[in-house]
Write a protein that binds this ligand. Sequence first.
Ligand code: ATP
Ligand code: MG
Length: 394
Amino acid sequence: MTDSRQPLLPGATLGVMGGGQLGRMFVHAAQRMGYFTAVLDPDGLSPAGRVSHTHLHADYLDTRNLAELARVADAITTEFENVPAGALQQLADHRPVAPTGEAVAIAQDRLLEKAHFTRCGVPVAPYAAIADEAQLAAVPDALLPGILKTARLGYDGKGQVRVASREALAQAWAELGGVPCVLERMLPLAAECSVVVARGADGRMVHLPPQRNLHRAGILAVTEVFEGVLPPDSAQQAIDATRAIAEQLAYVGVLCVEFFVLQDGALVVNEMAPRPHNSGHWSLDACEVSQFELQVRTLAGLPLVQPRQHSPAVMLNLLGDLWFPGDAGEAADAAREPDWAAVLALPGMHLHLYGKAEARRGRKMGHLTVTGATPAAVRAAALQACAALGIAPF
Ligand code: ATP
Ligand code: MG
C-alpha cells in the first residue's frame, strides 16, 4: 500500500483471513460502517463466516479460493495469527493486504519476534533457542526455573511447559516433539499489561490506553482499563515501546504487544499479535473507536484519530468452563447455558457471545465488558457478574 492510495469508501468489500471471534467483530465493525465483507475460513460454521456477506469455506493455502478472495475483496486483513504468511503474500500480488505477510511471519516466530524487540531497544526475558541436542546441552543454569515454549504455533498457554531442572527441560522438549523452542527464565511478575496500536499506511499511529491483564492457566481471564490501574511509568513505557515496535516494522494495521511488569518495576516485553487482541475487546464498549474499527480504518486507508476512553472498563472472558458448573469429569452433554439473565440484571453489562456451536473447557465462547461511572463501581459490578457466572473473583 502506498501513501497516495485513495481510501476505500463504504460500499467496498473488506476481506479477512480467518473466521474466529476476532474476524466476527471485525465484520460487525465493517458492516456497521457500510462495508461488505468476505471471510475465508475452512469451517462452515465459523463465528465470522456466519455473519459475513460472503463466506469462502476453504483451507488457507487453497490457491483457487485465495484468488477468489482477492477477486471479491478490495483489501484484505487477517484475524488469525497463524495464517500462512505465503497466503498473505499471494493475496498481496492482487490487493492491498494489511498487515503484510512479512510482519505476520515475524509475529509467528518467537525467535524472530524477540530479535525485533531487541532491535527496538525493548528488553525481553533472558532466553535461549533450543532446536537441537547441542543447544539443549548448552542452556545456562541461570535460565532455570523457566518456561519452555514452542517457537511457533503456541496460543492460550498451549505449547508451553514450566520446567525447574535440566532433566525436566530435556523431558519437556521431547514431549513437545523436539520442535524448535525457546526457554525463557521464569520472571517474578507484579502485573501483566498490553497496548493496542493502529498504524496507517501514511505512518500515522494511535493507541488505546494500556490494559492490565490477569491470566489464569495461561489464558487471559480479566482485563482492567482505567486511570491508575498500572504504575504510570510502566504504562508510559509500554506505550512508547509498542509504538517503536510498530514503527520499526513499518507496520500497517492493528498490533497488540503484551508486557510483564516485574516486581522491581522493570518492564519486559512478552510477545506481539499482528491483529486486534482479546485484551482490547473492552474498547468496543468503553472507547470512542474500538480496536476493530481501527482495523477497518487502517485497511480502508481512512483517517486515524486518537480514541478517547469514555468509561472505566473491566472485561471478563467467558470460557467454555462456565457451561460445565460441575466437576471436570462431567460429560459434554451435561453442558448448560450460563444464567445470562442474572448477569444482565446488573448495571453496565455488555454481553458478547461469539455464536460457537459447542462449549468446551478453555474455549473462548464470549466476553463480558462492564462499564460504569467509577473504577470502584465497575469493579463491584464485575465481581457480582463473576459470582453470578461462577468465575473466580479477581
Ligand atoms: P497468548 O494466548 O497470549 O498467545 P501464549 O500461549 O502465546 O499466549 P505467552 O503469552 O507466552 O503464551 O504466556 C502465557 C502466560 O504465561 C503469560 O501471560 C504469563 O502469565 C505467563 N508467562 C509466560 N512467560 C513467562 C515468563 N518468562 N515468566 C513468567 N511468566 C510467564
Ligand atoms: Mg500471550
